[in-house]
Design a protein around this ligand. Structure first.
Ligand code: F6R
Length: 234
């Protein structure tokens, strides 16, 4: 793991942006994307570049089950608003949270990942160490599947919804093995609320109790932190 620590989320985001731009310039074909608050400024920087991405395919980590792509809380909507509508990607894939048969949707999505091997996967992490919606306890062998959201993740994500009851209980998520297939991983974590999970990810045992700890086994993982997220590291 290559761990880079910056004074502020702004400086950390700038570093992540420069890495993404370098990879785009050197012929990246498929980029894996995350949602949430962490990559928002990265997407803002990217959409302001006018970079030609007509040869680049995107695949997103996850989507809530039950939310239409037009629902402002859906990850389809987020990606359209934050990035896709500004850039000329060859194709953009986000799981369909309202597929008639969610299991079949997982299989279809895993097929998309096989067809478009990810060159660079952007990741954020939950305060409980989740990546995508792979909550603690998820097998490292998992592929795209339907995940039950833990109460702590629903609590962490309720800020995006009007009422806590509105937070979906399930999501379609790339599995840990799907994520680990990426040639390179770029994990971003900012703020004190992530500090304990960051410590477990980097200095703890590799264990399903902290899904992000699996990145210790990735041969090409860059971890970008601000000083708060890094505050519990030795
Ligand atoms: C989002 C995703 C999640 C988030 C994580 C952190 O697509 O897969 O794992 O990256 O929950 O969310 P934020 O950035 O909002 O703290």
């Amino acid at each position: 793991m290559n761990v880079l620590i910056f004074e502020s989320p702004e400086e950390a985001t700038q570093a992540a942006f420069e890495i993404v731009m370098k990879r785009l310039e050197s012929g990246l074909r498929t980029i894996g994307l995350a949602t949430g608050s962490t990559p928002l400024k990265l997407y803002e920087k990217l959409r302001n570049t006018n970079t030609d991405v007509s040869h680049v395919t995107t695949v997103n980590l996850d989507e809530y089950v039950g939310l239409e792509p037009t629902d402002p809380q859906s990850y389809n909507y987020y990606m359209n608003e934050e990035l896709f509508k500004y850039m000329n990607f060859a194709a953009t894939y986000v799981p369909n949270g309202v597929a008639e048969d969610p299991e079949q949707e997982c299989e279809r999505y895993e097929g998309i990942l096989k067809k478009h091997p990810v060159d660079l996967q952007i990741l954020g992490m939950g305060p409980n160490g989740h990546i995508g919606f792979n909550e603690p306890g998820t097998s490292f062998d998992s592929v795209t599947h339907i995940a039950e959201l833990t109460p702590s993740t629903r609590e962490a994500n309720k800020r995006f919804f009007e009422k806590e009851e509105d937070v979906p209980t399930k999501a379609i998520t790339m599995g840990i093995s799907s994520i680990m297939s990426a040639k390179e991983v770029l994990m971003l974590a900012f703020g004190e609320g992530k500090a304990e999970a960051v410590r477990s990810m980097i200095e703890g045992a590799v264990t399903v109790d902290c899904p992000a700890s699996v990145l210790q086994k990735h041969s090409n993982a860059i971890i970008i932190l601000d000083t708060e997220a890094a505050s519990k590291l030795k």
